[in-house]
Design a protein around this ligand. Structure first.
Ligand code: UD1
Length: 368
C-alpha cells in the first residue's frame, strides 16, 4: 500500500484534483490518497462551494496558511508541510497547476527526498514576470513524474533538461471536471436570479474575469481595461464575477465611476456550476485566467485573453482563444470580430476527452 499525498491550495487546484481523487477511489487497495489543503484560498466563495459542488472529499490535513506576500505565504506553507512529511509515511506527493502551494510543497518534498508528481507540467508563457511561470519552471525541475495536457509541453520540458521518459501526455484534468459537470448546470435564468445578475435583453451576454497582478494591481492598467470593457458592454451586457484581489482594487471612486459608465454587472466570485452554466451559453468571454482559456476552448465559446502571452498555446492554435493583451484597439477589434462574425471556430485538443485522470491513475499505479 502506497500513501500518496495530494495537495490543493487555491481555487484553480480544486477542479484539477476532483477527478484524480474520484479515480483514486477505484484503486484503494493499492494507493491511499491523503488530501492536504494549504489554505491559500479560504473564502466560502473561493473554496467551500467548490468542495461541495465538485464532491471533493474533506481534506485530511489543513494547514490554514491564508493570505500573505509571496514569500510569507510560500514560507508558511513550507513550514506546515514539512512537519506533515516528517511525521507521516509519505511515498509521493501529487501537486497540480502552478500556484504558490504547488511550488511550496514541492520544495519541501524534494529536500526530504519524497518523490513528486506534477499534473499540468511543462506549460510556459516564457514570461518570468508572472509568478506562476516561476512556480511552473521550478516545480517541473523538482518533479519525478510529469503529466502534460498538450504535446508542446514536452518540448519545453526537454529543452530545460528534463528526461523525456518522466513525461506523459495524458490530456487535461480540468476538462475532465468540465465534462463531468456540464449536465449539472442550472438554466441561465435560474443562475442569474440566484446570483442577482440582471443581464436581460436579447443581445446575449459576455463574461469578464480579471485577477492577474499585472492587470489589476496597477490602477492605470486596470482603469484602462475597465474603460475598454465598458465600451464593449454598451453592445452586449458583461457579467463580471470579481475576484477578491480585484475587488480590493476597484474600491476607489475613480474605478467605480469608470465601471458605472457601461453595462457591466459585478457579482461576487461565482460557484463552479454557475460560472460553467453561464460560460456555455455566453457570446464571448474576456479573461486573464489560465483555466478559462481552456474551458472556453472545450466549450467552443470565443475567448479574448487580456494578456500579452499564454502558457496554453493550444487554445490559440486549436481552440477559440485570441490574445489581445491590454491594448484598447486590439481588444475592441477582437470583440467586434466575435459580435459581428461569431469569432474563432476551434476544435477540441487531442486527449481533452474527459479521461485524463483515468490515464494518470493508471500510470501512477505502476509507477508508485
Ligand atoms: C492565486 C494564484 C493564481 C490563480 C488564482 C486563482 C499564485 C501565485 N497565484 O492568485 O495563479 O490563478 O489564485 O484565484 O498562487 N483573498 C481573499 N480570499 C481568499 C483568497 C484570497 O480575500 O479566499 C485575497 C487576499 O487579499 C489575497 C489576495 O486575494 O492577498 C490574493 O490571493 P493569493 O492566493 O495570494 O493570489 P491570487 O491572486 O488569488
Amino acid at each position: 500500500m502506497k500513501n500518496l499525498y495530494c495537495i490543493v491550495g487555491a481555487r484553480p487546484n480544486f477542479m484539477k484534483i476532483a477527478p484524480i481523487m474520484r479515480e483514486l477511489k477505484g484503486c484503494s487497495e493499492e494507493i491511499t490518497p491523503v488530501l492536504v489543503h494549504t489554505g491559500q484560498h479560504y473564502d466560502k466563495s473561493m473554496n467551500d462551494t467548490f468542495f461541495t459542488q465538485l464532491e471533493i472529499p474533506k481534506p485530511d490535513i489543513h494547514l490554514n496558511v491564508g493570505s500573505g506576500s509571496h514569500a510569507v505565504q510560500t514560507a508558511e506553507i513550507m513550514k506546515g508541510f514539512e512537519s506533515v512529511l516528517i511525521n507521516n509515511k509519505v511515498d509521493a506527493i501529487l501537486v497540480v497547476g502552478d500556484v504558490n502551494s504547488t511550488i511550496a510543497c514541492s520544495l519541501v518534498a524534494a529536500k526530504l527526498g519524497v518523490r513528486i508528481v506534477h499534473v499540468e507540467a511543462g506549460l510556459r508563457s516564457n514570461d518570468r514576470t508572472m509568478p506562476e511561470e516561476i512556480n511552473r519552471i521550478l516545480t517541473d525541475q523538482l518533479s519525478d513524474l510529469l503529466f502534460i495536457t498538450e504535446k508542446e509541453a514536452k518540448v519545453n520540458l526537454v529543452r530545460e533538461g528534463i528526461d523525456a521518459n518522466k513525461v506523459h501526455f495524458v490530456g487535461n484534468v480540468m476538462i475532465d471536471t468540465l465534462y463531468h459537470n456540464l449536465e449539472k448546470t442550472a438554466q441561465i435564468k435560474e443562475i442569474m436570479s440566484h446570483n442577482n445578475i440582471d443581464a436581460k435583453g436579447d443581445a446575449g451576454y459576455g463574461i469578464i474575469t480579471l485577477h492577474r497582478p499585472s492587470n489589476v494591481d496597477n490602477p492605470v492598467v486596470l482603469g484602462g481595461l475597465m474603460s475598454t470593457l465598458c465600451d464593449i458592454s454598451k453592445k452586449i451586457p458583461l457579467i463580471f464575477p470579481v475576484h477578491p484581489r480585484t475587488a480590493q482594487k476597484i474600491k476607489t471612486s475613480e474605478l467605480q465611476e469608470i465601471i458605472s459608465t457601461g453595462n457591466i454587472i459585478c457579482t461576487a466570485p461565482l460557484a463552479y456550476l454557475d460560472l460553467l452554466g453561464l460560460m456555455r451559453n455566453a457570446t464571448l468571454v474576456l479573461t486573464d485566467s489560465g483555466g478559462i482559456q481552456e474551458e472556453t476552448t472545450a466549450l467552443g465559446i470565443p475567448c479574448i485573453t487580456l494578456r500579452e502571452n499564454t502558457e496554453r498555446p493550444i487554445t490559440i492554435t486549436n481552440g477559440t482563444n485570441t490574445l489581445a493583451g491590454v491594448d484598447r484597439q486590439k481588444i475592441l477589434a477582437a470583440a467586434e470580430d466575435v459580435l459581428i462574425n461569431g469569432g474563432k471556430v476551434g476544435r477540441i485538443p487531442e486527449l481533452w476527452d474527459g479521461h485524463a485522470a483515468t490515464r494518470i491513475v493508471n500510470i501512477l499505479r505502476s509507477w508508485l
